[in-house]
Design a binder for this molecule. Structure first.
Ligand code: FES
Length: 414
């Protein structure tokens, strides 16, 4: 097992606070809220949920809820989802479309720019209504590669500066072209950092996820520490875990990968360690037939699984064809509870590259919309929210951290 750490920051790579307070203490939670959640950039959602002016979604973050919309000028803007009359929650739907936002309590109405436009019986306010002072309260809002970020800080650093070297490192993946195919939230009974801790080490993988031996070599990697608390690693994919007995034949996952690329698994009997390189080469050969553009990817990126963790609470796990965005959010009041979101994004074939390419079938099971060939026609899935008990009982699944279905894409046979 080889795990290297490369520290790109000027800070030591050590944890200095081993206290359990970090997970259970309400005072610690309050300090975290004031000193971190309210000070940093937060991934709020997908730009694809804001296709046209008036589209909106809400983002629950601890005790706050942010309303994010595309304004009539085409900008994306976040507001506290709070009516400026008596503080009623302004929008109650998870997402939708509105030409204006009308409070249900006394019908004060705001336009998509957040400006108060309608005050019923305005003449009955003895001192008048200072409409100009009652606009919705904005939060800083910015976009990166299809993702919407917000910051409740007074004066945050620019988003791209916060993301730093990740912007260039992740650029080949073009997440904005991927389509949401599954939207899940699990209610967990643990602090949000327990989830982050889990995704910050691979020590457990051989023991907790031995099934991964069929597809990745999960401990031969380098963990990179970046400024502002972000981390990143790449796991060799299309291979096997050599700490387990090396099989003679390609595994089921390797075979599925090879067959999807028009290769015969039998040709790799006795040489399963050659599959990774063969997958890399073959993707370059047949990529455009599949309606995919692999030109910007390195050979390693074509086969490997990358995981980048964005400070403070987002885990990206991705290949060129898919991305899982995993995001534990803190409970409003209880440090021992959190919400764990998982957004599954998938790259469809680009008809501009090959109009006859088959759409890709992947981890979000878009075959449920079997008539859909184009990404823009794919209906956004509803969010599925469930308790962790549903996962334990097998009623629900968020798939493995690296799931079998990841590789179940279909390629037009040529
Ligand atoms: S609280 Fe919204 S209109 Fe009164």
């Amino acid at each position: 097992m080889t795990i290297k750490i490369v520290n790109h920051t000027d800070k030591p790579a050590v944890i200095e606070n081993y206290s359990t307070d970090r997970y259970v203490d309400r005072d610690y939670m309050e300090r975290e809220w004031a000193g971190m959640w309210r000070q940093t950039w937060l991934l709020a959602g997908l730009e694809s949920d804001l296709k046209k002016p008036g589209d909106y979604f809400v983002f629950d973050m601890g005790r706050e809820q942010i309303l994010i919309t595309r304004t009539k000028t085409g900008a994306v803007q976040g507001y506290y989802n709070v009516c400026q009359h008596r503080g009623n929650r302004l929008v109650n739907d998870e997402r939708g479309h509105a030409d204006s936002f009308r409070c249900a309590y006394h019908a004060w109405t705001y336009d998509t720019e957040g400006v108060l436009k309608v005050v019923p019986y305005e003449e009955r306010f003895a001192k008048g209504v200072p409409c100009a002072d009652r606009s919705l309260r904005k939060v800083h809002t910015d976009l990166w590669d299809g993702f919407v970020f917000v910051s409740m800080a007074e004066n945050p650093q620019p988003l791209l500066s916060f993301l730093g070297p990740l912007v260039e490192l992740l650029a080949p993946y073009r997440f904005h072209k991927m389509v949401l195919v599954e939207d899940q939230t699990a209610r967990l009974q643990c602090n949000w950092k327990a989830v982050i801790d889990n995704f910050s080490e691979l020590y457990h993988v051989d023991f907790l996820h031995p099934q991964h031996k069929r597809m990745v070599d999960c401990c031969n990697d380098t963990v990179h520490l970046f400024p502002h608390g972000h981390t990143g690693l790449a796991v060799p994919g299309a291979t096997i875990n050599p700490r387990f007995p090396v099989p003679q034949e390609p595994t089921d996952i390797q075979s599925a990968q090879l067959q999807s690329l028009g290769l015969d698994p039998a040709d790799f009997a006795g040489r399963v360690l050659d599959v990774r390189e063969a997958v890399q080469k073959r993707k370059r050969e047949v990529g455009r037939n599949m309606g995919l553009d692999y030109a910007s990817f390195s050979d390693d990126q074509l086969s490997d699984v990358w995981q980048y963790n964005l400070f403070p609470n987002v885990i990206f796990s991705f290949t060129p064809e898919h991305c899982w965005v995993m995001r534990p959010r803190p409970h409003p009041t209880d440090p021992e509870r959190c919400y764990f979101d998982k957004l599954s994004l998938l790259l469809f074939a680009d008809p501009d590259i090959n109009p006859d390419a088959a759409p890709i079938v992947g981890p979000g099971r878009p075959e449920k919309q079997s008539g859909t060939r184009l990404a823009e026609d794919y209906a956004r899935p509803a969010r599925d929210v469930f308790d962790h008990h549903a996962i334990i009982s097998g009623e629900k699944t968020m798939t493995d951290t690296i799931g079998v279905t990841r590789f179940q894409y279909r390629v037009a046979q040529r």
